[in-house]
Design a protein around this ligand. Structure first.
Ligand SMILES: Nc1ncnc2c1ncn2[C@@H]1O[C@H](COP(=O)(O)OP(=O)(O)OP(=O)(O)O)[C@@H](O)[C@H]1O
Ligand SMILES: [Mg+2]
Length: 309
């Protein structure tokens, strides 16, 4: 059994998504998960699998967009020996291999119309044949379809079958964009920071108030994936134990209105003053404390806080 994926949900909007996930995890209904790229659709599909009675069976994912469609078909349904050139032996498809588990169809909008038709039959009759086969097999697995495309528009453009769309959208869960659940930004950033700091040997790294402010004021078009990348970059390039706005990518810093106007937090200014004084006194603590007008102890505490070595 694998571990339950973490689903950080501080914003009421994502708490609601989590509540739905808990409920549907207990059922066998087909689910459609929609949302922009990087919002956590994969993570949610996995969570639904792990929260429900299927958790001990496999969770198998097929990326419908990156594989050639012929391969998607044989990955899904399997094939008999000789079904096509190169089919030298029987191969089981994911529908069979998943058993009582879950099959995630990632980027379902990319499926060819031929596979869409076959998939509809699978959903309606709960049965299928391997490619080149005659034996009808029944399916026990739950299907979760994922998409960041607007399926309704794909239906209007006749790129996606309307009947399949209706069948899939009986139970649709929308994962909101990160900018629509701003209360999640800092908890997510802190969660990622703790994990990535451990990976990169920077345990104990924390966000400065100014960095937190910059993160909260950015729109995150790339959603949680972009946030994760920004934190990783800051962990790698940041110097002290405290991550500062300057450790974040330019786009995030300039989106922060304070930064645009050249305004900075007191914390930022204090850090810089201490750094300069320490440099100027060649790290003579007593002298630096005198110049800054603070006690040695306060200076040492602040030096530790800002990670100035
Ligand atoms: N609620 C959450 N709590 C913690 N981490 C999360 C959460 N949601 C997503 N993540 C993390 O964010 C990253 C992006 O999530 P995921 O891959 O699930 O997005 P996606 O919607 O499937 O994106 P795409 O459309 O590009 O495939 C992953 O590293 C995932 O672990
Ligand atoms: Mg994904």
């Amino acid at each position: 059994m694998s571990e339950i994926p973490i689903w950080i949900a501080h914003d009421p909007v994502s708490e609601h998504v989590l509540e739905i996930a808990r409920k549907v995890a207990e059922t066998s209904t087909t689910i459609l998960i929609t949302g922009e790229s990087g919002t956590g659709k994969d993570q949610l599909a996995r969570l639904i699998h792990e929260l429900g009675p299927r958790r001990d069976a496999p969770y198998l994912k097929i990326d419908c967009a990156s594989l050639p469609q012929e391969l998607v078909e044989s990955e899904l349904f399997g094939h008999e020996r000789g079904a096509f050139t190169g089919a030298v032996e029987r191969k089981l498809g994911r529908l069979e291999m998943a058993g009582l588990g879950t099959i995630a169809l990632d980027e379902v909008a990319a499926l060819s119309t031929a596979i869409q038709a076959k998939l509809l039959r699978v959903l309606e009759e709960r049965s299928f044949e391997r490619l080149g086969g005659t034996e009808t097999l029944s399916i026990e697995a739950r299907l979760i379809a994922l998409t960041n495309a607007d399926l309704q528009r794909a239906v209007a453009a006749r790129r996606f079958r309307e009947d399949l769309y209706f069948r899939l959208s009986v139970l649709a869960i929308h994962v909101p964009a990160l900018r629509e659940r701003r209360a999640d930004i800092v908890p997510l950033a802190e969660h990622m920071l703790a994990r990535l700091a451990a990976v990169h040997g920077r345990d104990g790294a924390v966000l400065s108030d100014a960095a937190r402010h910059a993160l909260e004021n950015y729109d995150w078009p790339g959603n949680i994936r972009e946030l994760k990348n920004a934190i990783e970059r800051a962990v790698i390039f940041g110097k002290g134990t405290m991550l500062l706005p300057e450790d974040l990518p330019e786009s995030i810093r300039t989106a922060d209105s304070g930064a645009v106007a050249g305004m900075r937090s007191l914390e930022d200014i204090e850090r810089e003053a201490i750094q300069k004084t320490l440099d100027g006194t060649h790290y003579k603590i007593t002298r630096a404390a005198e110049i800054l007008g603070i006690s040695r102890k306060t200076l040492l505490d602040k030096r530790k806080k800002y990670g100035l070595q």
